[in-house]
Ligand binder design. Structure first.
Ligand code: OGA
Ligand code: MN
Length: 206
């Protein structure tokens, strides 16, 4: 997992925002399904970008994907009170690498090992459903005992506004990722105010 601060300038952030805002504005935030991985969001996929924004995406392609094709560009608009719950992106639709540019707000991403149960102490109980790799439970750190969270099975990462993160291989497959809700948004003990956040997410093919 790599985070590159200031991957884009303020002007580039504004240009990306200006390109996606008119479209996003027409959509409503979805808050309906508590079961979904993401709560309080609207999203789109965009293929054609204005030339100045294409330049930024080209930089992502070079830095995160070694110049290989990056077929999906996903724009995710998370409301201030939205949350991305722990999940692993589908291995059917997404390859080894996921990268994201954060616009408009800082946020905190938490990675939690999906194989934490392998390392559990005998005294720690994990519900049997969490052992099935297909079950949602394995992606829900809230069902892991707090002890596991305290034992270093997770990492909180600050995603500053205008940064790029590159999540690949172990970080992508063996950890869930989530964006902490604004009430939990803290890094190294300091609160990280989380406002509306737009992420421009690139993925490769499986
Ligand atoms: C996702 C996701 C993270 C982000 O859409 O699967 O994890 O940076 N997004 O918005
Ligand atoms: Mn994801």
């Amino acid at each position: 997992m790599r985070i590159i601060p200031d991957f884009i300038t303020e002007a580039e952030e504004q240009q990306l925002h200006e390109e996606v805002e008119p479209y996003m504005n027409r959509l409503r935030y979805e808050f309906d399904h508590w079961d979904d991985a993401i709560h309080g969001f609207r999203e789109t996929e965009r293929k054609k970008w204005y030339p100045h924004n294409r330049d930024v995406l080209e930089r992502v392609r070079q830095v995160a994907f070694d110049g290989a094709i990056m077929p999906y560009i996903h724009v995710l608009d998370l409301a201030a009170d939205g949350v991305i719950k722990p999940h692993v992106d589908s291995t059917r639709y997404c390859g080894t690498t996921i990268s994201g540019i954060s616009l408009l707000s800082d946020s905190v991403m938490r990675l939690v090992r999906t194989d934490a149960q392998k390392y559990q102490q005998p005294s720690i109980e994990i519900s049997t459903e969490a052992k099935s790799p297909d079950s949602d439970a394995v992606y829900g750190h809230r069902r892991f005992p707090e002890a596991l969270l305290e034992d270093g099975f997770y990492a909180d990462l600050l995603l500053p506004r205008r940064s790029l993160y590159i999540m690949c291989h172990t970080a992508r497959y063996n950890f869930t990722h989530e964006i902490l809700a604004k009430e939990q948004s803290a890094f190294l003990g300091a609160p990280i105010p989380k406002a509306r956040r737009i992420s421009i997410i690139c993925r490769n093919d499986p």
